[in-house]
Design a protein around this ligand. Structure first.
Ligand code: MN
Length: 173
């Protein structure tokens, strides 16, 4: 098995609140927008919409995007860690995550032009019936929820010009 790569799941309040799942491939992060986030329940199939590759730096971002047209622009790092890639072929990638919240095998499979399905593999890390998104909503970096992070940014910068400005992230979904 190849050397582990980085993965990150960012919760992003844009046009709709969604999760961005990012998996390192070389010097970029392959990315999918996952509206409902990941699940440890192997019976749950989650829609994952492929989006543009992002820079490794984008995967380190937690804060409030400046000037976002829709939503507050708040982003938290919901989970992060390393991933062992098991299979990587056109339309399918499977991997083992070693995160703070997510662990064990997952598989992403393309089922349409802009439509992939993300599922938890049935293994010892599977937790049937669980809802990790509801159980652990906060950032693994700051311990804040996205609303707490957004409110804190507003307090720090009452002029409404909250920083930092995020560059290299055109993902406004
Ligand atoms: Mn996003």
């Amino acid at each position: 098995m190849a050397a582990p790569v980085r993965f990150v799941v960012q919760l992003h309040d844009a046009t709709t609140l969604h999760f961005d799942f990012r998996l390192q491939s070389g010097d970029v992060l392959r990315s999918w927008a996952v509206p409902k986030g990941l699940s440890l329940d192997p019976g749950v199939r989650r829609l994952a919409v492929p989006v543009d590759d992002h820079s490794l730096a984008a995967g380190e971002f937690e804060g409030v995007h400046d000037g976002q047209r829709h939503g507050t622009g708040a982003v938290i790092i919901w989970d992060e860690g390393t991933a062992d890639i098991v299979r990587d072929e056109p339309g399918h990638v499977s991997f083992i995550l070693h995160g703070r919240k997510l662990s064990g095998g997952f598989a992403l499979t393309r089922t349409g032009q802009k439509r992939w399905i993300l599922v938890k593999v049935r293994d010892e890390d599977a937790r049937p019936g669980s809802d990790i998104v509801a159980e652990q909503p906060a950032s693994v970096r700051s311990g804040k929820t996205w609303t707490q992070l957004h409110d804190a940014a507003q307090i720090v910068s009452p002029g409404g010009k909250h920083t930092p400005v995020m560059r290299g992230c055109s993902d406004s979904r």
